[in-house]
Ligand binder design. Sequence first.
Ligand code: ATP
Ligand code: ZN
Length: 225
Amino acid sequence: MLDKSRLRIAMQKSGRLSTDTQQLLEHCGIKINLQQQRLLAFAENMPIDIMRVRDDDIPGLVMDGVVDLGIIGENVLEEELLNRRAQGEDPHYYMLRRLDFGGCRLSLALPLDEPFTGPECLRGKRIATSYPHLLKQYLDKLGVNFKSCLLNGSVEVAPRAGLADAICDLVSTGATLEANGLREVEVIYRSKACLIQSNIELPPAKQALIDKLMVRIQGVIQARE
Ligand code: ATP
Ligand code: ZN
């Protein structure tokens, strides 16, 4: 049985945020053994349980109050927020702090030989992305209608495969785009990892532990600046 008195933190199980997240928690003094392939890991020295899941599941787990804290890319958080709002929900959470890792940008990219003079060039075009809500929010503001093609992976091959005219995907160096004959034409969202808390009221002891962790996180991040 799960012990509700223990603080529950969701982190990405394996991916680009995992190592940095694990390091941050360790530097905060949380002793935990993440070697095992388990969904839940228990801290040895504090009343904390770590839930290791796909990053996409983290915003929902926090918004639904299944976990108390989550460490997640702002891109995924914002997309889930817009997704839930589009479904008529009114999700809530607290943004505790932006973290100093997980930096990336969500950008529009076009085949190298396609001209681009501005987002209006995309009017009526089909754009492949894993972030349909962030993309729509951006292009709606500019009054650019488009068709989206939802892909959860291999977005960068969509134009070559004839699935889309352009893509909207995460970029860090641009090497993947280049390898697929694409060029970045516009950044639509800049993201970093962040720490969020469920808005469900917690017992004082749990909230006190979060406050203590926040002070430690502040110290860890300041020390590396
Ligand atoms: P999961 O299996 O957990 O669903 P994933 O494949 O969706 O993982 P990753 O590629 O591990 O996700 O990326 C997780 C997060 O890392 C991204 O949502 C983003 O916030 C951040 N990130 C940082 N740099 C990059 C990058 N170069 N490309 C993609 N994501 C990046
Ligand atoms: Zn994911």
